[in-house]
Design a protein around this ligand. Structure first.
Ligand code: PEP
Length: 268
C-alpha cells in the first residue's frame, strides 16, 4: 500500500523441480535472499525446492519475506500411502504454498483432473495456498482447442470447491509446449488466455471476485523476457522452472519485477 493505493503485487515462483539437492537448494535460497536485499519494492517470492530440501531451506528463509512452497502433495491426510507426503506434513516443515497439477506430473505420473481436485481440497484443508497449473499441449494448440482444454481443467478441478479467501488460490497458465522449450506465446495470447481464465473462475467460483485471484504465466521465462510479461497489469507474476536454479537468471527476473513495481509506485 502506498498513499492509500494498492500496488499490483507481482509474484515470482521458483520451481526447482528435481534439479537440485539439499546443499545446492540451501545455497540458492541464500542467494535469493541476497538478491532481494536493498530494493525499494519487492515482489512476493515463493521458492519450491524438492521435498528433501524443504526443511533446510525453511531454516534459511524463515525470518524473511520469502515463502516456502512444495512441488506436490498427496490427497489424503495420513495412512498407508508409501512414498507420499500429506499437506499436514508439509505444514510441519513451514510450507505455505503448494504447486498442484503441474504438466510434468500430469504427463509422467498420470495425474488426472480428479486427482488434482482431491489434492486441491487437501491443500486447502491444511491452509496451504494452492498454485494450480493449467495449460494446453502443442497438439491441442494446433487444433485450436487451447481454451477448451484450460476450461475443462479449471471446471473439473475447481467447480464447487469452497474457498475462503482469494489468497488461497493462484492459477499458473503454463502452455505445455512452452515449458523448458524456449518457445513462448505472444504476450497478447497470454493476456487473452488470462482474461478467459478469469471468466471461467467467475463461473466456477461465483462467491469470489475473479479479478482478485492471481493469474500467472509460466513457460521458458528467463531474465531477458521476464519484463515483457511482468509489465502487463493482468499478468500477476511468473512461475519459473529452469531459469530459477540459475541465480543470475533468477536475480534478473526479480530485477524485472522490482522495476515494474518501482514504476507503479512512482506513478502513485
Ligand atoms: C515450469 O516447470 O513450471 C516451467 C515453467 O518451466 P520452465 O520455466 O523451465 O519452462
Amino acid at each position: 500500500m502506498a498513499n492509500g493505493f494498492v500496488l499490483n503485487m507481482k509474484v515470482i515462483i521458483a520451481n526447482w523441480k528435481m534439479n537440485v539437492g539439499v546443499r545446492e537448494s540451501v545455497a540458492l535460497a541464500r542467494g535469493t535472499l541476497l538478491a532481494l536485499r536493498g530494493r525499494r519494492t519487492l515482489p512476493e517470492v515463493i521458492i519450491c525446492p524438492s521435498f528433501i530440501a524443504l526443511s533446510e531451506v525453511h531454516k534459511v528463509v524463515a525470518r524473511s519475506s520469502v515463502k516456502l512452497g512444495a512441488q506436490n502433495l498427496f490427497w489424503e491426510d495420513h495412512g498407508a500411502y508409501t512414498g507420499e507426503i500429506s499437506g499436514r506434513m508439509l505444514t510441519e516443515l513451514g510450507v505455505s504454498h503448494v504447486i498442484i497439477g503441474h504438466s510434468e506430473r500430469r504427463e509422467y505420473l498420470g495425474e488426472t483432473d480428479e486427482m488434482i481436485r482431491n489434492k486441491v481440497a487437501q491443500a486447502l484443508e491444511n491452509q496451504l495456498d494452492v498454485i494450480l497449473c493449467v495449460g494446453e499441449t502443442a497438439v491441442e494448440r494446433k487444433s485450436g482447442a487451447q481454451r477448451e482444454r484450460v476450461r475443462t481443467q479449471l471446471v473439473h478441478v475447481l467447480d464447487g470447491v469452497h474457498l475462503k479467501s482469494h489468497d488461497r488460490l493462484m492459477i499458473a497458465y503454463e502452455p505445455v509446449w512452452a515449458i523448458g522449450t524456449g518457445e513462448i506465446p505472444e504476450v497478447a495470447e497470454i493476456l487473452a488466455m488470462n482474461e478467459f481464465i478469469r471468466s471461467i473462475l467467475s463461473d466456477v467460483l461465483p462467491n469470489m471476485n475473479a479479478n482478485k485471484i492471481r493469474v500467472l504465466y509460466g513457460g521458458s521465462v528467463e531474465g531477458n523476457n521476464a519484463y515483457s510479461f511482468l509489465r502487463e497489469q493482468t499478468i500477476d507474476g511468473l512461475l519459473v522452472g529452469g531459469a530459477s536454479v540459475k541465480l543470475n537468471q533468477l536475480k534478473e527476473i526479480i530485477d524485472a519485477a522490482s522495476e515494474v513495481l518501482d514504476a507503479q509506485q512512482t506513478k502513485v
